[in-house]
Design a binder for this molecule. Structure first.
Ligand code: NAD
Length: 278
C-alpha cells in the first residue's frame, strides 16, 4: 500500500487520533514508520537529530499532505534530559501518548581488536540505552494516563526496531549485534513486566532494507548480487515493508501480539546458505 492508500483506508487500522513518537524519523525506516502511522491518522512526533531538521520538516509535510498531523522534535535519544523534554513536550502538545516506535539505530563497526571503547559505547548508547530512555518515558505516560478502551484495546504500544542481527552474529559489527541482542531482551522483559497493564511491547527485525545505513550492500550491481544470495525471497526490502509492519503492530489488529519479534527479512533469518544442501 502506498501512503495515499493507507490514508484512504485509515478506518481499517483504527489508530486515527492516537499520538505516536517515532525516533530517528527523518530518514529510512523511521521516516517510513512515521508516514505509515501519519497516513493512518495518528498524530506523529517526528524525532530527529538537529542536523536533520530539514528532512524531518519534509516528513511532517508529507504526513500533513495525507491529512494527518505531525511535529518535528530534535532530541538525541541517548541523552536523558533531551528524551525527558521530548516526551513532556509531546504530552503537553497532544495530551498523551499511545504509540512509541523506538527506531533509532546506528552502525560503527571495526575489526574487534581495533574497536575503540568510544565506538562500542556510542552504538550501545544510541541503539540500546536510547530505547531504555524512550521506553521508560513512554511507559510512565501510559501508566499515568491509564486505559482508554474507547481509543485502543491496549493502554500503550511500543515497537522496537531490532534487526536480523538479534539472532545472526555479525563479524566486524560486534557492537551493533550486541546492541540488537540487547534490544530483544529489553523488549521481552518490558512486555512481560507490563502485560497486566495492557501495554504491548513488540519488535520488528528488518533484514536488508534499502536505506542509507547499508548503502554499501545495495548500491553496486555486484554488492546487490551478493546480498540477494542471503535473501531467499530474492529482493531487497523497501522502507515501506517496515512501515507496514509498524502500522500493523501499532493497531488493534495485532492486539494479541506481545513480546514478539516480527522478522521482515524475505527469509534472511532462515539459514539461506542451506538451500539445496540437505
Ligand atoms: P538511517 O540511518 O536512515 O536511520 C537512523 C536514524 O536515526 C537517522 O535518521 C539518524 O539521524 C537517527 N539518529 C542517529 N542517532 C540518533 C540519536 N542519537 N538520536 C536521535 N536520532 C538519531 O537507517 P535505517 O536503516 O532507517 O535504520 C533505522 C533502524 O532500523 C535502526 O535501528 C537500524 O539498526 C534498523 N535496521 C535497519 C536495517 C536496514 O537494512 N536498513 C536492517 C536492520 C535493522
Amino acid at each position: 500500500m502506498n501512503p495515499e492508500q493507507i490514508a484512504a483506508n485509515k478506518d481499517a487500522f483504527g489508530i486515527a487520533g492516537q499520538v505516536a513518537v517515532v525516533t530517528g524519523a527523518s530518514s529510512g525506516l523511521g521516516r517510513a514508520s512515521a508516514i505509515s502511522l501519519g497516513g493512518g491518522g495518528a498524530k506523529v512526533v517526528v524525532n530527529h537529530l538537529p542536523a536533520s531538521a530539514v528532512a524531518a520538516a519534509e516528513v511532517c509535510r508529507e504526513i500533513e499532505g495525507l491529512g494527518g498531523e505531525a511535529v518535528a522534535y530534535a532530541a538525541d535519544v541517548s541523552d536523558e534530559d533531551q528524551v525527558a523534554a521530548m516526551f513532556a513536550d509531546s504530552v503537553a502538545r497532544f495530551g498523551t501518548l499511545h504509540i512509541l516506535v523506538n527506531n533509532t539505530g546506528i552502525q560503527d563497526g571495526a575489526k574487534f581488536q581495533d574497536m575503540t571503547l568510544a565506538q562500542w559505547q556510542k552504538v550501545i548508547d544510541v541503539n540500546l540505552t536510547g530505547m531504555f530512555l524512550c521506553s521508560r518515558a513512554a511507559i510512565r505516560e501510559f501508566l499515568r494516563r491509564g486505559p482508554q478502551p474507547e481509543v485502543s484495546r491496549a493502554t500503550g504500544k511500543i515497537i522496537c526496531m531490532s534487526s536480523v542481527h538479534q539472532v545472526i552474529p555479525w563479524a566486524f559489527e560486534a557492537n551493533y549485534a550486541a546492541s540488537k541482542g540487547g534490544v530483544h531482551m529489553l523488549m521481552q522483559s518490558l512486555a512481560q513486566e507490563f502485560a497486566t497493564h495492557k501495554i504491548r511491547v513488540n519488535a520488528v527485525a528488518p533484514g536488508a532494507i534499502r536505506t542509507r545505513i547499508n548503502r554499501s550492500v545495495w548500491e553496486t550491481e555486484e554488492a546487490m548480487r551478493n546480498l540477494l544470495d542471503l535473501v531467499p525471497y530474492a529482493r531487497i526490502g523497501e522502507p515501506a515493508d517496515i512501515g507496514h509492519a509498524v502500522l500493523w503492530l501499532a493497531s488493534d489488529l495485532s492486539d494479541y501480539m506481545n513480546a514478539t519479534t516480527m522478522f521482515v527479512d524475505g527469509g534472511m533469518s532462515a539459514y539461506p546458505a542451506f538451500r539445496g544442501a540437505g
